[in-house]
Design a protein around this ligand. Structure first.
Ligand code: CS2
Ligand code: MN
Length: 360
């Protein structure tokens, strides 16, 4: 298991590379050009700027999260070919600086969705929270009406550019069913996977967060059967999965240990974090410790160890603790604690399976 840490870039993150370097066992950053709009080719000079600072800090940059997919690709519009072409050009450039894994998602319109970014936990820390009913009762039409009535309305994960285009996007997705989305994903993968393979970059689809359809928009990467179908669309080691335990774990029906065992050789990247799912379907992000949430973190690390996992891993999100002011979910402290918990589980498992004193 190779530990990495998400970094949003100079001036865009409260955490410094120097701090990341001091977290035990972290060897690289998970990065992206966050100011390049989805669909555009990433400029080489900006990629080189990241390379320079990462090199200087002694951290590698082999994992990118995310090269986002233009909506026209997900919608299957004729203009998708231009954006797929740009995606390939970006892949070729990333290969030049040694990138090995690209994490991405295939969710229509929205990335992750939460209803509260600072919900208080019992211990006084705060964390990202999702209130199921609140989201379930917002339908497409109501949503657009609400936004038109109140231009300042905002929800986590809804960037202003997306909000501006929201009515338009919902309209574009009106007749896009889940099966259309599968077909559009297949078209994308047929083009991208052979190209990524030539460049020795493993594509790693991130599960949908939460893993069910929202606002009437279809979602694909929701559980084991759909992951099987997605990885089967193009059966290549370069068509991989980002195993995100927190995203998949928001649905307690997902058996993540079983997912690890079934797809171990198709998981180049893992996001390991815990969530606590309540009986009514709401969930909150908790510390990484198994007993603090409802996801079997110890079982997942054990399963990765049993499969001699050699992919990259990051602690994903954390709580906001010790008064840290940071990007929601992306503070230094709780993610660093999470890493030490993951290492503890990993080393104990490795020692157990490899014999006294030996860990890797
Ligand atoms: C999520 C996503 O794992 C995460 O941090 O919050 O934002 C994730 O980065 C994307 O969905 C991957 O494309
Ligand atoms: Mn994740």
């Amino acid at each position: 298991m190779k530990m990495v840490f998400r970094w949003f870039g100079e001036g865009n993150d409260t955490v410094t590379l120097g701090q990341i370097k001091q977290i035990p066992g972290v060897e690289g950053i998970v990065w992206a050009l966050h100011d390049v709009p989805a669909g555009e080719e990433w400029p080489m000079d900006k990629i080189m700027q990241i390379k320079e600072v990462a090199d200087k800090a002694g951290l590698h940059m082999k994992v990118v999260e995310s090269v986002n997919i233009h909506e026209d690709i997900k919608l299957g519009l004729p203009s998708r070919d231009v954006y797929i072409d740009n995606y390939k050009k970006t892949i070729a450039k990333l290969a030049k600086v040694g990138v090995k894994v690209i994490c991405y998602n295939f969710m229509p319109v929205f990335d992750w969705v939460r209803t509260d970014l600072h919900k208080e936990l019992e211990d006084g820390s705060t964390a990202l929270f999702y209130e199921k009913e609140k989201v379930a009762h917002l339908n497409l039409e109501e949503q657009v009406k609400r936004i038109n009535a109140n231009p300042n309305f905002t929800m986590p994960g809804w960037e202003p550019e997306r909000l501006e285009r929201l009515s338009e996007l919902f309209e574009a997705y009106r007749d896009v069913t889940e099966e259309h989305l599968w077909a559009n994903a297949k078209y994308f993968l047929d083009e991208i996977i052979p190209f990524a393979a030539e460049h020795d970059i493993r594509m790693a689809i991130h599960p949908d967060d939460p893993p069910w359809p929202i606002f009437g928009l279809p979602r694909l990467i929701t559980g084991q059967a759909n992951i099987r179908r997605y990885l089967g669309l193009v059966d290549s080691p370069y068509n991989g999965l980002t195993l995100c335990s927190g995203s998949l774990g928001a649905n307690p029906a997902n058996d993540i240990v079983s997912i690890v065992h079934e797809f171990a050789d198709r998981i180049p990247f893992a996001h390991i974090r815990n969530v606590r799912v309540y009986d009514n379907g709401d969930f909150i992000e908790t510390s990484h410790r198994t007993t603090d949430g409802t996801v079997d973190i110890a079982g997942i690390v054990n399963a990765l160890s049993e499969n001699d996992y050699e992919g990259y891993c990051r602690p994903d999100h954390g709580r906001h603790i010790w008064g840290e002011q940071c990007r929601p979910g992306y503070g230094l402290y709780d993610r660093a604690l999470g890493i030490m918990y993951l290492w503890g589980l990993w080393d104990a498992n490795r020692r157990h399976s490899l014999g006294e004193r030996k860990v890797d």
